[in-house]
Design a protein around this ligand. Sequence first.
Ligand code: ADP
Ligand code: NA
Length: 332
Amino acid sequence: AFTPRVFSGIKPSGGLTLGNYLGAIKRWVDMQGPDFETIYCVVDLHAITVWQDPADLKRSTHEVAAALLASGIDPEKSVLFNQSQVPGHAELGWLFNCVARVGWMNRMTQFKDKAGKNTEKVSLGLYAYPSLMAADILLYHATHVPVGEDQKQHVELTRDIAAKFNHDYGVEFFPVTTPVIEGPAMRVMNLRDGSKKMSKSGESDMERINMLDDADTIAKKFKKARTDPEGLPSDVAGLKDRPEARNLVDIYAGLADTTAEAVLGDFGGAGWGTFKPALAELAVEKLAPISDEMKRLLDAPDEIDALLAKGAEKAEAIAEPILERTFEIMGF
Ligand code: ADP
Ligand code: NA
């Protein structure tokens, strides 16, 4: 039996969005407590799969750590650290490159989305990244991984790698990890194009809500969010084939810790002119205290670094025996 242990990570690759908050951070905070050991990581080795200006990488690393702390990740309750400070991630990542099959990687839809037609010019790291992600998770024998919907396929690959390793070496060494994808806002969409997910790296700032946006900006972005001409339906069946409407209702539900049904119970029949300002107000109410605290923390990057260094020591203590045993099993 494996200790119930949660691992999850966020890339420091630009400003954090409401998608990161609702799909990941908020739920990481909720999972702290007696049921799980919780390990949360700023995954900087993943960020460099696409070009990162060195100064921006450092600044984004601090921003992600600050966002986690400001949102309620408690370094006394959780292990919070930066991936590159624990060398075992890269080491196990290499071992898993030799377990994962090229055919499996070829099926990763996120790679296809990110690389587009330009597969000759993207980094080898972008292609191999799900295998490093498997290493991140399995280096701690994590049993549960809370992620947004976009990461489901990568957690399934992690399960495949664990199962193949266990099978090939005749051991029951790595757990078969469960993705935890629960809640109303596990796939927050772009505010201008409801067919794309909201992302740090989208083209226009108007398509996403950033965790550091001020109240006026948040109100303006929701006001300009694309919607259809109909107002809000009285139940979720009325959101069918209306991705933009569905998205705004899901965001409201995620922020309010409720369900889309309950939101429509309150707002069914209203127009967007009523709903959008209410949504903006709720988002500001939830995000402003977090962004204020983030800004305070970002003024003291040395304190963030000190916290991350302590977290890395704790992470290392869990990872080291697991990595050592992995090498042994493989015959090193
Ligand atoms: P991004 O895709 O913004 O670069 P990451 O790849 O670092 O973010 O993902 C960090 C976490 O945030 C993952 O658990 C991912 O599933 C979640 N996430 C990212 N974007 C969204 C979104 N639009 N909706 C829900 N969750 C998201
Ligand atoms: Na992502």
